[in-house]
Design a protein around this ligand. Structure first.
Ligand SMILES: Nc1ncnc2c1ncn2[C@@H]1O[C@H](COP(=O)(O)OP(=O)(O)OP(=O)(O)O)[C@@H](O)[C@H]1O
Ligand SMILES: [Mg+2]
Length: 255
């Protein structure tokens, strides 16, 4: 980011990390517009663990991609740490993704020919970190997610839950201000999903990581502090949750 933009960020000590106003986005198939977002407003506080629920096609992934600087809206404002993303060039958006935001996807998106450790190193390669610094941090991050001893495994030599834990390590590599997770447990059995959700919960509660997570599953959403319900490209309802009661992490709940 430019010096001017950095100054803007430093001067903004608000607890709001993301502010979205009246966001609209349509995709075009030929000349047919497919509306994906139809006026979304939201605020995400630093340190919050917030989930988004809603039926398939209601615009959840589109919203995450715009907040994380992967895509741009047709109309409306996204402020990230006080910076209006529409003021950033494509290169500055790429810097934002490298330095401040990271993504965890449903199907892990690990590079198949790289080991677990090398996958975690990828963001640090782009950042220009030295080989020894990368190796040390990747080992620490894999140990943090319970994968010590698995550093040299290829993705195919790991279970789905383990692959997702590698991808969470990779998402931690740049020490982001915001972690965006799109159905992180959507491809996992309930035991592996629980491990992944516990990990995200601990990252949030113990390390203060701000997490925005999409899920279809209510018991998963209940791990979060707040649930935003989307329908037809809009947030239609907001719910605060009392704690992990009734969630996938609540051992008193039958699976
Ligand atoms: N690249 C694209 N081209 C055309 N239409 C798209 C594209 N991406 C998404 N859409 C459409 O935009 C709408 C919102 O899609 P989006 O992927 O954001 O939904 P979603 O809530 O994430 O759904 P799911 O729960 O199935 O992942 C849908 O109608 C979808 O078909
Ligand atoms: Mg989606």
């Amino acid at each position: 980011m430019s010096t001017e933009k950095q100054t803007e960020v430093v001067n903004n000590n608000s607890s709001i990390i993301v502010k979205v106003e009246d966001l609209h986005k349509a995709y075009f198939l030929g000349r047919t517009a497919i509306p994906a977002l139809r006026g979304v407003d939201l605020e995400l506080k630093r340190g919050e663990f917030c989930s988004i629920m809603g039926p398939s096609g209601c615009g959840k992934t589109t919203l995450l991609n715009i907040i994380g600087g992967i895509d741009r809206p047709d109309r409306g404002i996204v402020q990230f740490e006080g910076v209006d993303l529409s003021h950033l060039s494509d290169n500055e958006l790429a810097d934002l993704r490298l330095e401040k935001v990271s993504f965890v996807f449903q199907f892990y998106n690990l590079l198949p020919l790289l080991t677990a450790e090398e996958n975690v190193e990828v963001p640090m390669v782009f950042r220009g970190d030295s080989k020894s610094a990368r190796e040390q941090r990747a080992k620490e991050l894999l140990a943090l997610v319970g994968l010590k001893g698995r550093e040299n495994h290829l993705p195919t030599e790991l279970s789905g839950g383990e692959q997702q834990r590698v991808s969470i390590s990779r998402a931690m590599a740049n020490n982001p201000d915001l972690m965006i997770c799109d159905e992180p447990s959507g491809d996992l059995d309930s035991a592996s999903a629980k491990v992944v959700l516990k990990l995200l919960y601990d990252l949030n509660k113990e390390m203060g990581m701000t997490i925005l997570m999409v899920t279809h599953d209510r018991k998963t959403a209940k791990v979060c502090d707040r649930i935003l319900h989307m329908l037809d490209g809009k947030i239609i309802q907001e719910e605060t949750t009392p704690g992990i009661e009734g969630s996938i992490l609540d051992d008193s709940v039958e699976e």
